[in-house]
Design a binder for this molecule. Structure first.
Ligand SMILES: *Cc1c(COP(=O)(O)O)cnc(C)c1O
Length: 391
């Protein structure tokens, strides 16, 4: 008999009832150190007082109106994002995959309005993840995601990750954009080298294409810059954001330059919930904390500390781990053992990590994790590795 919850997830037998900072309390009272943050969502940890305050005070006043009216919280969050990024304008969604939908629509409309309606193709890369909507799965294109869900949205050209020559060869009079995650998340914490992002920007400029960055997982302070592309010194034309921006409240956004967004006039796109007062009140509080040089400096300091200890862990457990990779507090441990076994052994040691493709376990801790949390994380990873070795 089918469970009352549609069984599209293989859930771990863990049930959490409370969270505080980087810690989760399970129904049976056990305390888990959370290096997953709900997959890079709880950027400020669980139950951050400023977010609780932003949400509850907004909840006492107004939950929802509609984008038919002015929404001051939405305006404030858009202003903050514009102030701190390349973007001139922002559309709010409820999720990353909805941001992908708009990014694709925006790119196509851009060329349609410029009198080049044949430019509809978007170049993407293997191992990428852009969400589970029809556009999102077509964009990523992996067999695992698309099988049985055809006919797929046409217009995506899938290339090998890191194949710059392939990009140049794939460009035709039909190409509209290149879509890439600066650091692949689901694909196994695979950073795109700065030089490659720069080269992609140059290819877009040379060919009049739009560069769309998916920063749903790597954005909002995760890599130690507000957005990951800042490390490469480039800017996109369109950027997808979600996960961390809501700190746990469902919130996403598409950021764009004025030119890239020029086709999106009144009536061309919409959302019932996107940018509602609750989500944007929380988003403002998230931005107030993370879009801050001192906060980001701390992220980088802690990331350096954690990474150094992880290098030691990998060296001490060559049968379990192969390497550390990633950027900032978006780290991956490439496993020699089966990654799912390592994640499971972590649960036995009250430690939460997240599996990814390429036999990687992801460490995406709250950006607010403390030095004591880092020491505890490494100690629990040590125990976990020892348990896997003994098995
Ligand atoms: C999670 C994720 C998405 C999809 O976001 P949802 O909120 O699950 O729809 C898209 N792109 C990347 C890079 C992601 O990590």
């Amino acid at each position: 008999m089918i469970p009352s919850v549609l069984p599209t997830y293989n859930r771990a037998p863990l049930e959490f009832v409370k969270g505080e900072g980087a810690w989760l309390t399970a129904a049976d009272g056990r305390r888990f150190l959370d290096l997953g943050s709900g997959i890079a969502v709880n950027a400020l940890g669980h139950a951050h007082p400023a977010l609780v305050e932003a949400l509850t005070s907004q909840a006492q006043n107004l939950w929802h109106v509609s984008n038919l009216y002015q929404i001051p919280q939405q305006q404030a969050l858009a202003d903050k994002l514009v102030e701190h990024t390349f973007a001139d304008t922002v559309f709010f969604t409820n999720s990353g995959t909805e941001a992908c939908e708009l990014a694709v629509k925006m790119a196509r409309k851009y060329f349609y309005d410029k009198g080049q309606p044949e430019r509809v193709e978007i170049i993407t890369f293997d191992g990428s993840f852009h969400g589970r909507s029809s556009a999102g799965i077509a964009a990523a294109g992996s067999e695992k995601m698309v099988k049985g869900f055809g006919p797929l949205l046409p217009g995506f050209v899938h290339l090998t990750f890191g194949d710059l020559d392939g990009v140049t060869n794939a460009i035709s009079e039909k190409t509209a954009a290149i879509l890439i995650e600066p650091v692949q998340g689901e694909g196994g914490i695979r950073p795109v080298p700065d030089a490659e992002l720069k080269a992609l920007r140059q290819i877009c400029d040379d060919n009049g294409l739009l560069l769309i960055l998916d920063e749903v997982q790597c954005g909002v302070g995760r890599t130690g810059k507000l957005f990951a592309h800042e490390w490469a010194g480039i800017t996109p034309d369109i950027m997808m954001v979600a996960k961390g921006i809501g700190g746990g409240f469902p919130l996403g956004a598409v950021l764009a330059t004025e030119d890239a967004a020029s086709g999106m006039t009144a009536g061309t796109h919409g959302s019932t919930y996107g940018g509602n007062p609750l989500g944007c009140a929380v988003g403002c509080a998230v931005m107030d904390h993370i879009a801050d040089d001192a906060f980001l400096a701390e992220v980088n300091r802690k990331a350096g500390l954690l990474r150094q200890k992880l290098e030691g862990l990998v060296a001490d457990h060559p049968e379990v781990f192969e390497e550390v990779r990633g950027a900032g507090l978006m780290l991956g441990l490439k496993c020699k053992a089966v990654n799912a076994d390592v994640v499971k052994a972590g649960y036995d040691n009250e430690l939460i990590t997240v599996p990814a493709a390429d036999n990687v376990i992801r460490l995406l801790p709250p950006l607010t994790l403390t030095d004591e949390d880092i020491a505890e994380a490494v100690s629990r990873l040590e125990k976990t590795a020892a348990q896997v070795e003994a098995a």
